[in-house]
Design a binder for this molecule. Structure first.
Ligand code: CTP
Ligand code: MG
Length: 259
């Protein structure tokens, strides 16, 4: 088992999704952004933060091109003394996280799980998560206040025609809502416990779990929130790709600077 300095932080980059909604025809991690594959930008972004003693990237099985891209970043990581590994991801995001958890080096005590699909996340966000972990949080997520009013809905039918629609069943107060991003940071033992607990959940319960923090919430552990960033946008649809390009090298770059 690889070893790092006791008390170190590992960063997992999950990059094993297929990118259906982006519809680019290749796994999202390979989609170019300002000429660089998204996963490479994400890896370089993590190296730059200085928080990671280990970086583990989960990629789709049987994607030699993506493996080569990741390996090209290995030397950059190793030059900074960072242990670098690549694992095969799974069918669901949580499977990809679980695969990476199995390769965490001896000495690691905290871990951040980060989406390759958020390649522009500023160092400041990683630093805020790391600081909260140092201050004793066992789980930390970066988040932003939501700008839209959010409603909960249920299936319904229109009175005159019976046409199937949805109707509003509630409007949570916007002031207490947050849109959650990555990297999500955890005490390693707590995240391992949360993943072990997940094995006891039903398929329906598992399907409702959309991030790592929810698994920790299910343990009854407190999850703390730090300020996220608009630059941490998750590239999901083609519009997001346009915004990310504009942030990186387009018209937004000089006038939109946020940590
Ligand atoms: N992810 C993963 N393993 C999976 C599914 C997702 O590692 N089985 C990763 C993605 O690569 C991405 C992050 O989780 O970095 C967030 O997922 P999402 O934005 O949904 O990416 P995709 O699943 O690739 O996109 P889509 O849902 O549109 O297919
Ligand atoms: Mg997905």
């Amino acid at each position: 088992m690889t070893e790092v300095k006791a008390g170190s932080c590992a960063v997992v980059i999950v990059a094993a999704g297929s990118g259906q909604r982006l519809g680019y025809g290749v796994p999202k991690a390979r989609v170019p952004l300002a000429g660089q594959p998204m996963v490479l930008l994400a890896i370089r972004g993590v190296i730059k933060t200085g928080v990671a003693a280990q970086i583990c990237v989960a990629i789709p099985p049987d994607d030699p091109q993506l493996l080569t891209i990741c390996q090209s970043a290995a030397a950059e990581a190793q030059a900074k003394g960072i242990v670098f590994s690549v694992v095969e991801g799974g069918a669901e995001r949580s499977d990809s996280v679980a695969a990476a958890l199995a390769s965490v080096a001896e000495g690691v005590t905290t871990i951040m799980i980060h989406d390759a699909a958020r390649p522009l996340t500023p160092s400041g966000v990683f630093n805020r998560v790391a600081a909260a972990l140092r201050d004793g949080a066992k789980a930390v997520i970066p988040a932003l206040a939501v700008v839209d009013t959010i409603k909960t809905v249920a299936p319904a039918t229109l009175p005159a025609t019976g046409a199937g629609v949805e109707k509003v069943v509630g409007t949570p107060a916007r002031s207490v809502l947050r849109a959650v991003q990555t990297p999500q940071g955890f005490d390693l033992d707590t995240l391992r416990q949360a993943h072990a607990h997940a094995l006891t959940l039903s398929d329906d319960e598992l399907a409702a779990i959309t991030d790592d923090a929810m698994l920790v919430e299910a343990l009854g552990e407190e999850v703390f929130v730090v300020q996220g960033s608009t630059h941490s946008l998750k590239i999901t649809s083609p519009t997001d790709l346009l915004v990310a390009e504009a942030l990186l090298e387009g018209p937004l770059r000089p006038r939109w600077i946020e940590g």
